[in-house]
Design a protein around this ligand. Structure first.
Ligand SMILES: C[S@@+](CC[C@H](N)C(=O)[O-])C[C@H]1O[C@@H](n2cnc3c(N)ncnc32)[C@H](O)[C@@H]1O
Length: 262
């Protein structure tokens, strides 16, 4: 049986072993020595390794790289080295979307930045084939936490991101500080929610506003949940918030976490 809502998966040659390697990871004290040692480590493992975004695994299928609809979407949308490094994270978004596309309700991303996450997901299905409304919330032109701005977060960014989605009538971009900007528009029913604000207050406030709108089976992906250090307050806040509702977040090796609404 073929489900026309999903992009087809290609035939799998049984002898294929794909490797993925990017120089982009974070929290490294001596970059040169680290990469020297990792080059040696890669040479000592069986193939099928993924190296980047603070992950080093081997003996993996690297499914993201085998799904040609995804690799094409990723390649068409990559803006910088970080986008490439987070290939596995992005593929988890695409797979979450492949689950949520069958449910009633819209797609939502809190924390859009350049829109690459949203666009990679939509293009995975095919621009015209993606039949959901996708809402994206961000301040765009500035980062709400001083000193945390991303490259290009300055006056004019919102317009640039709007231009990126000019041919995507399914996309509704809302500019403003969350949770206040939900007042400008917010879907009644949500099938897919990606929260990527990098701060506990904004993420909890977004969950408070959106949780009851998520349909049973709806996917919630928390981009920073399993990252330690400066991101740890997000885990603490989200663990408590979900515990009160009888949920445990699935921690992922990619640094993300996810929950499926009952
Ligand atoms: C890591 S970036 C998002 C990346 C994007 N999800 C992607 O996949 O490419 C985080 C974004 O969250 C936004 N942000 C953080 N707190 C916010 C808040 N309270 N209201 C609106 N936007 C916020 C920042 O402006 C920034 O653009």
């Amino acid at each position: 049986m073929h489900d026309s809502k999903l992009p087809p998966l290609p035939e799998l040659p049984m002898d294929r072993l794909l490797n993925f390697s990017t120089p982009v990871s974070w929290g490294i004290t001596d970059t040169q020595r680290f990469h020297h040692l990792m080059d040696e480590a890669k040479s000592l493992v069986s193939g099928g390794y993924y190296f980047g975004d603070n992950l080093f695994t081997w003996g993996r299928n690297n499914s993201a790289l085998e799904d040609t609809a995804f690799t094409q979407s990723l390649a068409a949308n990559v803006q910088n080295g970080s986008d490439e490094a987070i290939t596995w994270r992005r593929y988890l978004l695409a797979c979450s979307a492949a689950h949520a596309i069958h449910l009633e309700g819209d797609f939502v991303e809190c924390g859009v930045y350049l829109g690459t996450g949203m666009k990679t997901v939509i293009d995975y299905f095919g621009k015209e084939a993606f039949g959901k409304t996708f809402w994206g919330y961000d301040t765009f032109d500035y980062h709400p936490t001083q000193g945390h701005g991303f490259d290009g977060q300055q006056a004019g960014l919102f317009q640039k991101v709007q231009e990126r989605f000019a041919d995507y009538p399914q996309v509704r971009l809302i500019q403003g500080f969350l949770p206040d900007s939900f007042a400008q528009g917010c879907p009644e029913r949500i099938a897919y929610l990606h929260i990527d604000l990098n701060n506990a207050e904004g993420e909890i406030a977004s969950l408070e506003h959106l949780w009851d709108r998520i349909v049973p089976g709806g996917m919630v992906v928390l981009d920073d949940y399993e990252w330690s250090g400066i991101y740890r307050p997000q885990k603490r806040a989200e663990d408590l918030w979900f515990q009160q509702r009888g949920y445990r977040v699935f921690p992922l090796p990619t640094g993300q976490g996810f929950v499926i609404k009952r």
